[in-house]
Design a protein around this ligand. Structure first.
Ligand code: FAD
Length: 475
């Protein structure tokens, strides 16, 4: 009798270590590992351009760690997986669960089809510390506020365990696909705008662990105080690695716990773990409120009088608003596929409140340009910034990009890096060039309206306009 063949279906878990689906399959005999690029089921939330770039590199790394035996397919898994199983006589299919509404729908259907075909389907938790149905209120309903969600998860849910090792002696089925199998997925964007991404990131499991090690060594100690300052290297930059599952949240959580205990920095660890828990909270929200991706969680905002002026949206996207912190953030995004969290909040607030654009316009742009574009985190964060989400910032708390800049980029280092035309302005003037004496501007080579834009809107007037608009829907 030929040995059992199991399919391991990789999705947002592109790693060998701490991969429960792979570990479970390894105990069952031979393995056929497969990744399927599914652009059919996610609809408008199919991977954006930056994510596709990342995916290409990450799949190459995963394939190399599987000795070139990763199968790569494109199409609808609802058709492809049953065909693959039948063609190769697979008896089991293993995967780690995903929680996006379209994933949940598709996987449920797929499980039915495969089970009907006589296969055994085993799904595991490989992406979250607390799956969405674990941290619930006493009455069984989901939390809408982070702090009680977190308190309950830490106090009453299973603590993260020790991460799994890479399974030993993986018996992999041969893969007949040629050397061009990755190119045939056609993931790389036509226009070559991604060189900046390549110099900033190393996708893949090794790249993820190097990033984690670097953070524990150089960032964790300053995390509590430094995480709000975009020019400091105090945050982990693990978000794309976590999104693609090159490192699991459990691995990050436990590694930080070990390092914190070793260095006597338990407080810094607690702060970092709390941020990881925000990701868990976003997933819980998305799972329980799947309409969140396109609808305001607070329906009162359905009547909000958005204006949507294309020119203003473009100025925001290009980092040409005349507000240096906003422009630095938007250019960091374009150049590196990433933006610091503090600046994400500032540019988000500016788009939604000062420019009166719908949060979905921002969410869609981020979706296309972020290497860490993640439906749960992106949606929950945009709704939070817009004031219409769960546990949202009160609408009237409007970030002022100038005072945020003075407070969190006091020396202007972050602005200088991404808005080089302002690099010669003294720190006290760099945050608001439109208020700088003409002589200082000309000494620094800045000509407003020529080599750096004048502000596209007045902060004070648009702030008043936003508050008035809010009064109208407040009811
Ligand atoms: P660290 O501070 O090192 O945190 C470690 C990890 O915790 C992060 O990698 C992330 O997985 C998680 N985390 C940290 N902050 C948050 C948060 N506020 N909400 C949820 N999880 C968090 N994050 C994404 O991963 N994908 C997105 O598409 C995304 N879109 C966002 C859009 C807006 C408008 C805003 C305000 C925030 C968004 N975030 C998103 C959340 C946050 O900005 C990023 O997770 C964080 O900046 C990633 O950097 P880091 O890995 O260095 O974070």
């Amino acid at each position: 009798m030929s040995p059992t063949l199991s399919i391991v279906w990789f999705r947002q878990d592109l790693r060998l270590r701490d991969n429960p689906a792979l570990t479970a399959a390894a105990g069952h005999g031979r393995i056929l590992p497969v990744y399927i690029l599914d652009d059919a089921n996610p609809g408008e939330w199919r991977p954006g351009a930056a994510s596709r770039w990342w995916l290409q590199q990450s799949l190459a790394a995963l394939d190399a760690s599987l000795d070139g035996k990763l199968w790569l397919l494109t199409g609808d898994p609802l058709e492809l997986l049953p065909q693959l199983a039948a063609r190769h006589g697979a008896t089991h299919v293993f995967w780690n669960r995903c929680y996006e509404p379209w994933h949940v729908r598709r996987d449920r259907q797929l499980k039915q089809v495969l089970t009907h075909d006589g296969l055994t389907v085993t799904s595991s938790n490989g992406s979250l510390i607390w799956e969405p149905w674990t941290s619930l209120k006493d009455d069984g309903t989901p939390y809408r506020v982070f702090t009680p969600f977190y308190r309950n998860a830490r106090g009453n849910c299973a603590a993260p365990g020790e991460p799994l090792q890479k399974p030993r002696n993986l018996a992999l089925a041969d893969c007949p696909q040629g050397a061009d199998k990755l190119a045939r997925l056609d993931l790389m964007p036509g226009i070559r705008w991604y060189d900046g991404l390549a110099t900033n990131w190393t996708p893949g499991e090794d790249g993820a662990h190097n990033k984690l090690r670097y953070f524990l060594e150089h960032g964790l100690a300053d995390y509590k105080d430094g995480r709000d300052f975009p020019a400091r290297r105090a945050v982990s930059r693990l978000s794309p690695h976590l999104h693609f599952g090159e490192v699991s949240p459990t691995q990050a959580w436990q590694a930080a716990a070990r390092r914190g205990a070793q260095d006597g920095r338990e407080q810094a660890t607690e702060h970092f773990q709390r941020e990881l828990a925000w990701r868990e909270f976003s997933y819980s929200l998305l799972y329980h409120f799947p309409q969140l991706t396109n609808r305001n969680m607070n329906e009162r905002f359905d009547a909000f009088p958005w204006t949507r002026e294309k020119k203003l949206l473009q100025a925001w996207q290009r980092g040409e608003t005349g507000l240096p912190l906003v422009d630095a953030g938007m250019r960091e995004l374009w150049e590196t596929g990433y933006m610091h969290n503090r600046v994400r909040m500032v540019v988000g607030s500016f788009l939604v409140k000062n420019l009166l654009h719908h949060w979905l316009d921002g969410a869609r742009w981020f979706w296309d340009t972020l290497v860490d574009a993640d439906l749960a985190n992106n949606t929950a964060s945009w709704q939070w910034v817009a004031g219409c989400g769960a546990d949202a910032a009160p609408y009237f708390r409007i970030f002022n990009p100038v005072t945020q800049s003075q407070r969190f980029d006091p020396d202007g280092d972050y602005i200088r890096r991404f808005v080089p035309e302002l690099k010669d302005l003294p720190a006290r003037y760099i945050h608001e060039p439109s208020k700088v004496p003409a002589g200082v501007l000309s000494e620094a080579g800045v000509v407003l309206g020529k080599n750096y834009p004048k502000p596209v809107v007045s902060l004070s007037q648009t702030r008043e306009r936003a508050l008035e608009a809010y009064q109208r829907i407040k009811g």
